[in-house]
Write a protein that binds this ligand. Sequence first.
Ligand SMILES: Cc1cc2nc3c(=O)[nH]c(=O)nc-3n(C[C@H](O)[C@H](O)[C@H](O)COP(=O)(O)O)c2cc1C
Length: 328
Amino acid sequence: MANISTRFFGLDLKSPVIAASSSMTGHAEQVVKLAEAGAGAIVLKSIFEEEIFSELQEELALRTGLNSDPEYLDYFDYVIKEDTLRKYLHLISDVKAKTTVPIVASINCVSSSEWTLFARKIEEAGADALELNMFVTPSDVTKTSETGESFYLEAIQKVLQVVKIPVTVKISHYFSNLAGMVKKMSETGIAGITIFNRFYNPDIDIQSETVVVSDVLSTQHDYLLPLKWTGILSGQIKIDLSATSGIHSAETAIKFLLSGASSVQVASVIYHEGPSAITRMNQGISDWMDQKGYKTIADFKGSLSHSASSAQAWERTQFMKYFGEKTF
Ligand SMILES: Cc1cc2nc3c(=O)[nH]c(=O)nc-3n(C[C@H](O)[C@H](O)[C@H](O)COP(=O)(O)O)c2cc1C
């Protein structure tokens, strides 16, 4: 049987299929099941600075008029943060005691000052690595792209200064110079980059004429954007890439490995199918490698990346040659 071990998060993983951060990785029993199903690593649900902030707002709303002294409010901010952090640290130590699979903590902060406190405590609790789930919606028309980019680079630097465990960064594709930004991040000292996080997008109900919640889960066709950028970026940066979004099958996972990813991170397929989706994907990757005569992932990883194959194929964006061929 083929050896499907790989490397990501600066760690050796038994499989390139990683359970991505989601609400399913926020409970110890589920993490154990994902590990038993053969996940190469498990990224715990992110601890969200925004969530802590909204809890604080609720608490304040309840207490409106009772006490609005700034010091009192600061105290509540502190208590809620401590409580959220305490539960998260407990989750880390609990799953570390129950399984040997690498456990990756994930933090999402919107102000870079909070990252270091969370990161340090997470390392102390025993996480094997830390993924920074970074995203600031670039919706402020008065801000320059440099402001947004410096937020990412500063936050990464601050975290790297306070922890020794490997740090990776999970990003979106919303950068004005995506390739240049990935290159800059790859040179900071992080161990890897995960592309691209999937976000909740609102939709519109035309009957009620309201903004509504769209489908949260991906479909098996949503993988082409991260595939394209894995192909373009993998040969041009020196650190490992992991891919996420729309990866539901071994076949799609293999496409990412061929394009240069070291691993894939899956969430929606686990929501649809349960942890056995990971077992199925591991088996499919192994069967394909046997059929092709590949003994290790290194034998084929990146063989179809931008630098290994035709750069033109990865960079083509226009439908040029398809125009005018359709007759009615
Ligand atoms: C319900 C749900 C919750 C998620 N929560 C997080 C999270 O806390 N942190 C994070 O970095 N990504 C989160 N994600 C994104 C996933 O980790 C994953 O990157 C994304 O869904 C794309 O993979 P998929 O197409 O396999 O779902 C979440 C996704 C879903 C569907």
